[in-house]
Write a protein that binds this ligand. Structure first.
Ligand code: NAI
Length: 377
């Protein structure tokens, strides 16, 4: 099968997420790296793209130049990844969708709910794919967790508890580092800091595994480093449409926690736990029974888990491979086989609605607020 052509915006040299996209997109040989506008500095971005093997005429200085250069080519890119800071996602994603490109946008998809709804509508209108990189949902054992909830192994989920808390922004003396600072500056990050940065991964995961959507929430935000305008710690209580009770803690000042992303689902007849730092194991306890460790690679796991497993039993499953699974599903979707688990623009706008509801709730002492985008009420 001919390789699909892939272009990337942002993710330049030294960026955090750029290498994960390149590893992920290229891991299976389904995409080739064809075009890029990789850096906010035109020359630096062109030079880096060329060093990564992109042809000189497709190593662009900025995303507008790339759009103009690609849109009239017969061999235009099949997919554009947007891996720039948050404030630029909407304009870039919208422009590429409107010009008929498929897009994988980094989270948070947009800065506002209106922008998010616009993206959902444009994707629908153009028939183009707009995926959002909730890559943790592509871990094989997360797919197993969802399959078990769907199969009724837990009964109805009563409670979901999730954390995404790390300590990497806990050093107040490093708060001015430009790589850290933009995440807490409303001009570049939007209305929310840590919740929109990491908390929405946890919220998406809760929806993904429970197969349900967040209906309303109550939030408590704190900026524990006083120079930060946006929150670096948040506690969110939420309720799902089907009645599941949700608790979410997200923090960037939890010194000693490395990645700290985990989720537990407690149902009527059993409980499940998955943690990103032990991604190969799913811990399952049936009511009245013994706790079991379900190991990736063992027989009897769901088809989706088997399809997305890259390494043999007992070998660790890496984070970029979860991103690779997103690209794998995108390649299938572009070729007409839409996969069930691919996070899309609806997931993106649901997150934005939750972020805006959380900001409003936190300002009103935790008052309960409808967390659904108007289009999904
Ligand atoms: P970063 O600050 O490390 O790197 C940003 C890169 O984008 C730099 O190379 C910069 O030169 C480039 N850039 C900035 N503006 C640009 C423009 N207008 N055109 C082209 N390039 C531009 O940021 P990081 O951490 O890589 O985050 C980027 C995005 O990825 C953010 O939206 C972030 O929320 C998201 N992210 C997602 C993760 C996930 O797990 N899905 C993990 C980490 C980040």
């Amino acid at each position: 099968m001919a390789k699909l052509k892939w272009g990337m915006i942002g993710g330049g040299e030294g960026s955090q997420i750029g290498p994960a996209h390149r590893l992920g997109a290229l891991a299976d040989g389904r995409f080739e790296f064809t075009a890029g506008a990789l850096d906010h500095r035109a020359d630096v971005g062109r030079d880096y793209a060329k060093r990564l093997g992109v042809a000189t005429d497709r190593a662009y200085g900025d995303w507008q130049e790339m759009l103009a250069g690609e849109k009239n080519r017969d061999d235009r890119v099949d997919l554009v990844t947007v891996a720039t800071p948050n404030a630029t996602h909407f304009e870039i994603t919208k422009s590429y969708l409107e010009s008929g490109f498929n897009v994988l946008c980094e989270k948070p998809m947009t800065m506002t709910v209106d922008e998010g709804e616009a993206i959902v509508r444009i994707a629908k209108l153009t028939g183009k794919i707009c995926a959002v990189n909730y890559c943790y949902s592509a871990y094989p054992m997360v797919r197993q967790a969802r399959a078990m909830v769907r199969a009724g192994d837990l009964g109805k989920p009563r409670l979901v508890v999730t954390n995404f808390s790390h300590g990497h922004h806990g050093d107040a003396t490093d708060a001015d580092n430009p790589r850290v600072r933009w995440r807490y500056d409303p001009a570049t990050a939007g209305v929310s800091g840590q919740f929109a940065d990491c908390g929405i991964h946890a919220l998406h995961m809760a929806s993904f595994i429970c197969d349900d959507n967040v209906e309303k929430l109550s939030a408590d935000f704190a900026s524990t480093i006083s120079s930060r305008e946006l929150e670096d710690d948040a506690m969110i209580n939420f309720r799902m449409t089907g009645g599941t009770v949700g608790r979410l803690w997200t923090s960037s000042v939890a010194i000693g926690r490395q990645h700290g992303f985990d989720i537990q689902v407690f149902g009527e007849t059993g409980g499940l736990r998955w943690a990103s730092e032990q991604p190969n194991q799913l811990i399952y306890t049936p009511v009245g029974g013994r706790t079991q460790i379900i190991e990736k690679g063992e027989p009897g796991l769901c088809e989706d888990t088997q399809r997305l497993s890259r390494v043999a039993i007992a070998h660790p499953e890496g984070f970029p491979l979860a991103v690779a699974n997103i690209y794998c599903d995108l390649a299938d979707a572009i070729r007409g086989e839409m996969r069930d688990g691919l996070p899309n623009a609806s997931d993106g706008v649901r997150s934005m609605a939750a972020v805006h509801a959380a900001v409003a709730s936190a300002k009103e002492a935790g008052v309960w607020i409808d967390a659904r985008p108007p289009m999904f009420r």
